[in-house]
Ligand binder design. Structure first.
Ligand code: BMA
Length: 313
């Protein structure tokens, strides 16, 4: 593809939200899931409290860029049942997955037993019901496809492994509680911008050509790891089949609040909102400190996956 200019056009008013916008005491505001609900954009963002543990806050917007934060956190570690034991150290990096008329919330639950993924549901962003802990320790970044395939929900996730580089897997479930039939579908490529690890980013969304998934990839340098974003396209009927993965990244840390902050050189996405005009709003945490937004033309990202590809595995 012979295009000029950035694939993802950053919003002029970045960062769109910082800790100064939060009415309760927090050290950061980053890594947020975002969705459009009844013509309003709902953002569920992560904040470090001043003890280093994370909670999830809620912000709302009419235009997708100018957000106001609710006075209280939306989700804090549970005091109930098994969730209390596994959320003890905090809740992080929440994705809002719109699936068949409800929003499935997937987030990292940290505890003395490690990190695993919890699943909750809401219809209105007022009432939240926890459903289950859906992974064992050392899996993160779960996103769920918007529709079922052959009667089963499908998710992407990322297990931790020292043997094979951190890769993206797919699993299925009949009931959102029991998951299986797992297999690896996408791996980092050696000496490439995502060679160290990759992980699911925003929940995949439908395009004419396939499910578009914006993921993160990590490259290790002498000055630490660099987190960038890439794009992959999955078969509409079979999400385990990857049609194409863009060889190049679509976004890398460049703005001052992406290059420096709590963790330097990080752009990390948990949410993207496709619009009717053929664009997508992409949201990312900058340096684990602030929230940023930008816009891309969906077809540009699709074409990149189809024409300028690297192998999936
Ligand atoms: C990952 C997660 C993210 C974070 C990123 C960069 O492993 O912990 O929450 O944004 O590292 O620090």
């Amino acid at each position: 593809m012979n295009r000029k200019g950035p694939l993802v056009k950053r919003y002029d008013g970045n960062p769109i939200l910082t800790r100064d916008d939060v009415p309760y005491p927090v050290a950061t505001l980053h890594n947020a899931g975002v969705v459009k609900h009844n013509d309003r954009y709902i953002m569920l963002f992560r904040s470090h409290l001043h003890n280093g543990r994370s909670v999830i806050g809620l912000a709302e917007s009419t235009d997708g860029f100018s957000f106001s934060v609710h006075p209280e956190p939306f989700l804090v570690p549970s005091h109930d049942d098994i969730f209390a034991e596994y959320e003890e150290f905090g809740v992080e990096d929440l994705r809002i997955n719109p699936v068949e008329g409800e929003y499935l919330l997937t987030y990292s639950a940290y505890s003395r037993h490690g990190v695993r993924i919890a699943l909750a549901r809401t219809r209105d962003f007022k009432k939240v019901e926890r459903i289950a802990l859906i992974t064992q320790a050392d899996l993160r970044n779960v996103v769920i496809f918007p529709v079922k395939f052959g009667g089963r929900y499908a998710r992407l996730d990322r297990p931790h492994s020292e043997i094979s580089p951190w890769s993206i897997w797919i699993s299925y479930s009949p009931d959102l509680v029991h998951w299986g039939d797992s297999r690896v579908i996408m791996k980092p490529v050696p000496y490439h911008w995502d060679e160290m690890k990759i992980g699911p980013g925003a929940p995949p969304f439908k395009t004419d050509k396939g499910w578009l998934h914006i993921y993160h990839g990590v490259f290790k340098t002498m000055a630490g790891a660099v987190y960038r974003l890439g794009a992959a396209l999955h078969n509409l009927n079979d999400p385990a089949e990857i049609i194409g993965v863009s060889d190049q990244w679509i976004l890398q840390p460049e703005d001052p609040w992406e290059v420096s902050g709590y963790v330097p050189n990080v752009v990390f996405t948990c949410g993207a909102v496709p619009e009717n005009d053929g664009t997508v709003k992409i949201y990312w945490g900058g340096a684990d400190t602030v929230m940023c937004a930008g816009t891309a033309v969906i077809d540009d990202l699709v074409q990149l996956c189809l024409t300028n590809t690297r192998s999936a595995v």
